[in-house]
Design a protein. Structure first.
Lengths: 180, 500
């Protein structure tokens, strides 16, 4: 039996602010354990998303991807990932939105409700430390994350969304605002 | 056989100031920053073609000063695509540092991990990164030419790709201890064996993985059969080769001596001890590229470049030591008089033969009781230099370290597969440019031909960069004065637009 909520952090701890996802995941993990809430959640992390991660989403009621962002809303952004019909360029790594499409094709069913918490980063070079700005944003994102995990329900999370989707943001503004 | 196309002179045009410049940036479905520039004359004749790759340059800084035993774990952070390859190559180098001779259990657990990586990486590349081009066509509808299009049109292919990839990741999890940031391989051995429970878990699905891998070899062959001229000739060129082979000449992806052959198949060196690789391999620098150009010292920088990876390994070994893959190799070598063995698109077929080999080896190893052994580490006389070489999914991977008396790494050098293939990829796109671009108007489908040639090598530059999807694909056509005449752009959502 899988936990109803999956929290999936994306990032590389040796690439400066790309560590934000894994660091936030660890803080949330400790908080869940301290508050006896761990049973409802499974926490996973990887450097980047790939096709097989669609299988981690099966059987969940809610999925939260945590990632660092380049030039994204500061201190953080929170929105629902939408499967769209727009073709998605892909590489060895996938965006959460592309993963939703893979899920739908693979299982022939609608994916679970997926949300993205994107913490704005500043520097991403190999060997960089986490920037001071990112450390401050991490603290704020942690407070926000606790609120989410305290009420792991779709309606409650929808109510916290700062925008409808990243796709909407990108079409409204520019295409440089992407999760790192 | 296809006649070789002469690309001489296409690295640097004689009079670039009078030519139009076309840039493909970035190259999609390739990690990192890849950019292609073409210079065309007034008749759209190709005068210069270059692949520019922003190579990772900070590795030394990242790793120097760290204790050597950290290296196998730390180097995984270089690359989100092939962390296991770096994990194992660094471990092999550190084996030298600690003077280790591996126990049977340690070597077999590492091999299992490595074959898991090979299986998942090759599956991802064939089923999800290349199949859109191969199954839909190089200039098919760009909106469909992606992973989602494949899933819709070929659901079984897409599903097998996901499950093969997942299985390989499970092999890695079992052997490395974790799904990511594994710590399984350590200097001198491994820190865990494979329990009977873990073995049985992996055995459950391995026959299916072998069957699907066999099927994938069949798909690759079918692609050649259906369009022989295209597959034989597309981006095809002659080159020297480099790869590891076992002492008896068999394919060995984990360990062996270096074998280099010239473009006519003559052996240049064989079973060469990779611990002295620098006596045979050197790296050239060119003023137009961030990435180095390795070459065979004996032939020099101009003509000594070579090709690594699945095509070299499959064609240059004497045999493959698993029955199904060896039969598949025999078929590949004999096909149409051997034409696929030198074809750039032959990489895909060779890659699937290797995937089958990896699946067979996993099955073989899972029945080996040494996996449950308890002798995990063996340490000997401490050394100051360590070199580890493996055949990673994309080709030969070299890790080289020096460690001081305080156990700190003082120097390191990496030559990754994509660097080995730098000149070869340049050759491939020059041939494609001459085959398809000369005298024609630029279209998105035409540009994708260049990308198809690059993707055949499965270059991975994740070590080089981090951000994905940020830059659009852009093509600019400039006149002799540098003024933009027109521009073709593919944005990060796949839409193509023409600006004038």
């Amino acid at each position: 039996m899988v936990a109803p909520v999956l929290i999936f952090a994306i990032g590389n701890e040796s690439r400066g602010d790309d560590a934000l996802g894994p660091l936030l995941l660890r803080e949330l993990d400790a908080w869940l354990k301290a508050n006896g809430l761990s049973d409802q959640f499974e926490l996973l992390e990887d450097f980047q998303l790939q096709v097989e991660h669609a299988m981690d989403m099966q059987g969940r009621q809610l999925v939260l991807f945590i990632d660092a962002g380049m030039d994204t809303r500061a201190p953080f952004d929170f929105y629902r990932a939408q499967t769209s019909d727009t073709p998605v360029l892909y590489s060895h790594a996938l965006a959460p939105e592309a993963l939703l499409k893979v899920y739908a094709q693979f299982y022939q069913e609608s994916p679970p409700d997926v949300f993205i918490l994107c913490v704005c980063g500043e520097r991403f070079e190999l060997g960089d430390d986490v920037s001071l700005q990112a450390v401050k944003r991490l603290a704020l994102a942690f407070e926000f994350g606790k609120k989410l995990l305290h009420t792991p329900e779709v309606a409650a999370w929808d109510g916290q969304c700062m925008q409808k989707s990243m796709g909407e943001l990108m079409s409204r503004e520019d295409n440089s605002r992407v999760p790192a | 056989m296809i006649d070789a196309i002469n690309t001489k002179g296409l690295e640097t045009a004689a009079h670039p100031e009078n030519l139009r410049r076309v840039a493909i940036e970035p190259v999609s479905r390739v990690e990192g920053h890849g950019k292609v520039t073409l210079l065309l004359d007034e008749n759209n004749r190709v005068q210069q073609v270059r692949l520019h790759i922003v190579e990772f340059r900070g590795f030394e800084k990242f790793i120097q000063g760290r204790p050597f035993w950290e290296a196998p774990v730390m180097v995984q952070r270089l690359c989100g695509i092939c962390p296991v390859s770096h994990h194992i190559a660094a471990s092999k180098a550190m084996d030298m540092i600690v003077g280790a001779t591996l126990t049977p259990t340690a070597e077999k657990v590492r091999r299992l991990m490595h074959y898991g990586q090979m299986l998942q990486s090759h599956a991802l590349h064939f089923f999800h990164l290349s199949s859109p081009d191969l199954l839909f066509g190089f200039d098919s509808d760009v909106a469909k030419r992606n992973i989602v299009g494949i899933a819709a049109a070929y659901p079984e292919v897409a599903k097998q790709g996901v499950l093969l990839r997942k299985y390989g990741q499970e092999v890695i999890r079992v052997t490395a201890g974790k799904r990511v940031h594994g710590t399984g391989s350590i200097p001198g051995g491994v820190n865990k064996n494979v329990s009977l429970e873990e073995r049985d878990y992996l055995l459950k699905d391995i026959d299916q993985m072998v069957e699907w891998s066999k099927g994938a070899v069949g798909i690759a062959r079918q692609l050649f059969e259906q369009n022989l001229d295209l597959y034989n000739g597309f981006g095809t060129f002659k080159s020297h080769t480099l790869n590891l082979v076992r002492a008896d000449g068999a394919m060995d992806l984990y360990h062996g001596g270096l074998r280099a052959r010239d473009m006519d198949g003559k052996v240049l060196f064989d079973h060469y001890d990779y611990r002295h690789y620098w006596d045979e391999i050197f790296e050239d620098v060119k003023n137009w590229s961030y990435m180095k150009f390795p070459f065979l010292r004996s032939l020099g920088p101009e003509t000594g470049w070579y090709r690594v990876g699945p095509l070299s390994r499959v064609t240059q070994c004497d045999f493959i030591p698993t029955p199904l893959a060896n039969q598949a190799r025999d078929d590949f070598m004999a096909f149409n008089g051997g034409s696929a063995t030198g074809a750039t698109l032959g990489f895909h077929w060779a890659r699937m033969i290797e995937m089958l080999h990896a699946a067979e080896l996993i099955r073989e190893l899972l029945h080996d009781p040494d996996l449950q052994g308890n002798e995990l580490v063996n340490i000997g006389q401490r050394q100051e230099r360590g070199v580890g070489v493996i055949e990673a999914p994309r080709g030969t991977l070299i890790h080289h370290y020096k460690v001081d008396e305080h156990d700190q790494i003082t120097r390191c050098n990496l030559i990754v597969s994509t660097t080995h293939n730098n000149q070869a990829m340049n050759e491939a796109i020059r041939v494609v440019a001459l085959q398809y671009f000369d005298g024609r108007e630029i279209t998105e489908g035409l540009l994708n031909h260049i990308e198809v040639a690059i993707r055949a090598f499965d270059p991975c530059l994740s070590c080089a960069t981090h951000a994905l999807g940020k830059m659009p694909l852009e093509v600019e056509v400039l006149d002799a004065a540098g003024e933009r005449l027109s521009s073709l752009s593919r944005s990060s959502d796949g839409a193509v637009c023409t600006l004038v």
